[in-house]
Ligand binder design. Sequence first.
Ligand SMILES: Cc1cc2nc3c(=O)[nH]c(=O)nc-3n(C[C@H](O)[C@H](O)[C@H](O)COP(=O)(O)OP(=O)(O)OC[C@H]3O[C@@H](n4cnc5c(N)ncnc54)[C@H](O)[C@@H]3O)c2cc1C
Length: 502
Amino acid sequence: MLPHNNIKKIVIVGGGTAGWMAAAALSKLLNHPDMDIRLVESETIGTVGVGEATIPHIRLFNNLLGIEEDEFVRKTNATFKLGIEFSDWDKIGRSYIHPFGKYGVDMEGLRFHHHWLRHQTLGDNHSIDDYNLQIMAARAGKFQRPKNVQNSPLSGIEYAYQFDATLYAKFMRQLSEKSGVTRTEGKVIDVKQNAETGFIESITLESEETIDGEFFIDCSGFRGLLIEQTLKTGYDDWSDVLPCNRAVTVASEKISEPIPYTKATAKKAGWQWRIPLQSRTGNGHVYCGDFISDEEALNILMAGLDSKPISDPKFLRFKTGVRKNVWNKNVVALGLSAGFMEPLESTSIHMIQTSIARLMTQFPDKAFNQVDIDYFNRRTLLEYKQIRDFLILHYCVTERHDSDFWNYCRNMTIPESLQQRIDIYKHNARLYRHDNELFGALSWFAVMHGQGIKPKSYHPNVNIMPSDELDRRMSDIRKTWINCLNTMPSHQEFIDQNCKTS
Ligand SMILES: Cc1cc2nc3c(=O)[nH]c(=O)nc-3n(C[C@H](O)[C@H](O)[C@H](O)COP(=O)(O)OP(=O)(O)OC[C@H]3O[C@@H](n4cnc5c(N)ncnc54)[C@H](O)[C@@H]3O)c2cc1C
């Protein structure tokens, strides 16, 4: 028997990606006969139906749940992802890849990019891309999982997935139900709060069924049924620095072998994604409705497809920002009900994952210790702000003058935290990872460099290595990387041999 003060009744409201990820993780980690986990969802309301590109950390989540990768890829119609290609962001006609894996080899305790910057001043004209196996493989349409080969970049391959969001939620649902989660179909029409504390005591469905709980996870999507509509928690609006507020999506036919990366192409008032799955391509145009109409946005999306559309276009509206408190009383918001930042770096599903991990660390008992709740809220807000800064970087460092939208982005006031990073990088290419943030020096470098920032100098200590030694090492790295690339199968071959969707 669990002690009296332990939480035993958890109610998850919402069965989208957030709801089912929470259900799968909680049922695995809180596995006890006294534990009752219920999930309520409404097929009539449905899910947002997007969220197809991920980052490598999702593999940790899958490992925790004991998911077998090939089966997962097969059942979610997934492909593999080595990074994101950004086109036309700093200038029309230029593109770069933000890869998941390392550039070159850090030498003498200094990051590789400092050595590369010095080597450029000595006359080397190889692009930084020639020193990154992920970028080389992405451009060549190749993929393989990391191989345990010492001192080889093949051992450091980092990857994520591009999958069908609906199939992913279904996969999570199957796992959850196997581990004892009870699903109830129905629309929540009433929420009862304790008259004194304001804590939520129960929800009532259209069927008149009442479900009571001790702890509620709000995964109800943008509407924030518990966290906002009931508890009126409030929302910090970040549209001034991330002005896109709408999206239109459409699926299109698969035309060729799927590429092992996501494409994000900047447009007149936003950007368009292309996410290749095994059997179709996901497309969407994220834009700012203050600068273009829905009709123009749809035309831009359709003109940017590389194959025939196979679904009706779907419009979505959002407000970038985060709930003032993601955990309020006995409600924790996960997914879209917690906050939203555009999917430019595929971070939303990741934030669901980290919030679940944080929740497990701070898991309450019936006393709901406010100190733990405050800590959870502070850490969550910090994570949102760190990711927000990284996203803004793509917009504010641009030479585009071709539309009012880009003129706005170039001139907007950006957070001091981001300005400082840009200033430091511009001076001597130094980059720091703060507070264990998601994006480390590799990512900051990829985007700073990709957006066209040219640092005045680099770390002075790279000058200690004799230049002929640097030459030799850089050439060795390039040769090794090419040799490794040559051993890799194509992305399609890899899928066919291991995890082809039936
Ligand atoms: C345009 C766009 C593109 C995106 N792309 C990516 C991406 O590439 N990568 C990424 O990581 N993330 C992406 N995201 C974010 C991602 O889609 C979400 O984080 C993820 O799908 C989680 O959604 P959710 O479960 O919170 O909400 P939803 O999918 O909206 O689910 C809400 C659930 O609540 C239920 N519900 C609501 N009200 C009630 C009620 N009254 N009674 C009963 N049930 C109710 C609904 O039925 C549904 O089951 C994108 C988001 C958008 C808007």
